[in-house]
Design a binder for this molecule. Sequence first.
Ligand code: CA
Length: 179
Amino acid sequence: MRLLVVEDEQTLARYLRRGLEEAAWTVDVTGTVEDAWRLCLLNPYDLLVLDLGLPGADGGELLRRVREAGMDTPVLILTARGSVEDRVAGLNAGADDYLSKPFAFSELVARVHALLRRGHEQRSAALRLGDLQLDRLTRQARRGTRSIELTAREFSVLEYLLRHAGEVVTRTMLAEHVW
Ligand code: CA
């Protein structure tokens, strides 16, 4: 699972990256709408964590572009703007969840899990090829009835290869997706 964090405050951005990576997700971080939009066009993210108060364009502009482009990536708004009006506006603009700062990291992780689970259920329960099966939610791999122990990185590599079964996958493609 690959997440994009759009957050301009450096200390918080580093904290988010570290915490979300510890939860075994692959995380990209950027601080502007333009850069985030470029990344969204390049990578199929599983979820966006979006700050609203950004230098230049507001985070809401990214949300608008993503939805207008027909991308159904779950978006969690993480912002200091915590009034009821702000929350309603964010959800009406197409966000899937809204968390205001300051926040508890455990709550953020729980909400990200819930959003990924929802998206996951909408897509498929598992990736399969022959007797190999990957569950993207529990991050378990099985070969027939035998379960395979994998690190988070190994799981991401295998997941990418399975998604591109039968295609040539270059080192660069793998590096861009997994690292
Ligand atoms: Ca900000």
